[in-house]
Design a protein around this ligand. Structure first.
Ligand SMILES: Cc1cc2nc3c(=O)[nH]c(=O)nc-3n(C[C@H](O)[C@H](O)[C@H](O)COP(=O)(O)OP(=O)(O)OC[C@H]3O[C@@H](n4cnc5c(N)ncnc54)[C@H](O)[C@@H]3O)c2cc1C
Length: 222
């Protein structure tokens, strides 16, 4: 019985290596839409900050797949699943039969419904999710003086830190009353403001307060 895994990110790549460790024989195929070898997405912030290179965050070496008899399709997206025929169709034009199908396709960045984003992100606006995004942000930061990060959760703060470290003046626009509201209570969240704003060390970044809500949010009160 063959196994096909869709998604060669953190979960998919680990699953594939674990299956192969337990079973040397089962036919195993993994599709990854991203062209790179699987990498540790959590460490993208270090790449953005310049503390690590892309080559330092790889998870499974490309050569491993060949050595272990795994059919790895890097940069190939699965476009359709034919459940009746038990076949996946992919962007490289192939049709691959499966006995067991695993979907490990992760998630995508949420872009808030801000006017101007209906047809995708405008020029100069970038999401932060993949190594490609990271390269694009680093490229855009070169020669730029200011950056605005929308979202003051963990990723937003990490992105702000990375950009500030590259010498940009960074503003964080955040929907809630304090940063990282899912992890921190208001008192702890306010501490983020103090040291960064008070230290006076350049470059600085500032959370926007009062909160910046998407323009489509209906006004409260009457
Ligand atoms: C900058 C950053 C920092 C983070 N920091 C933390 C942290 O500190 N702690 C924490 O717990 N989590 C963190 N996360 C979240 C963590 O990275 C995710 O929870 C984790 O990557 C999820 O793993 P996954 O394998 O499910 O998805 P992903 O790693 O997103 O992998 C999914 C893969 O599937 C591929 N794919 C999607 N559709 C298809 C298709 N149709 N065909 C083929 N391939 C497809 C995608 O291209 C992608 O490569 C962070 C995320 C980011 C972006």
């Amino acid at each position: 019985m063959s196994i096909v895994v869709i998604g060669n990110g953190m979960a998919g790549s680990r699953l594939v290596t674990e299956i192969r460790e337990r079973d040397r024989e089962v036919p195993l195929t993994v599709f990854g839409a991203e062209p790179e070898q699987p990498y540790n997405r959590i460490l993208l912030s270090n790449v953005l900050a310049g503390a690590a290179g892309p080559e330092q965050i790889g998870l499974v070496d490309r050569a491993w797949y060949g050595r272990n008899g795994v059919d790895a399709r890097h940069g190939v997206e699965v476009t359709a699943i034919d459940r009746a025929a038990r076949v996946v169709h992919a962007s490289d034009g192939t049709a691959t039969p499966y006995g067991t199908l695993v979907i490990a396709t992760g998630s995508r960045s949420i872009v808030p419904p801000i006017p101007g984003t209906e047809d995708g992100l405008p020029e100069g606006a970038l999401a932060f999710r993949t190594l490609d995004d990271c390269r694009a942000i680093i490229g855009a930061a070169e020669g730029a003086r200011r950056a605005v990060v929308i979202g003051g959760g963990l990723l937003g703060i990490e992105a702000a830190r990375g950009l500030a470290g590259r010498g940009l003046d960074v503003t964080v626009a955040h929907l809630a009353g304090h940063l990282m509201e899912r992890q921190l209570d208001p008192g702890a969240g306010r501490c983020w403001r103090g040291p960064s704003a008070a230290s006076g060390s350049a470059p600085a970044w500032r959370p926007m307060s009062p909160p910046c809500a998407p323009a489509t949010t209906p006004a409260r009160g009457g």
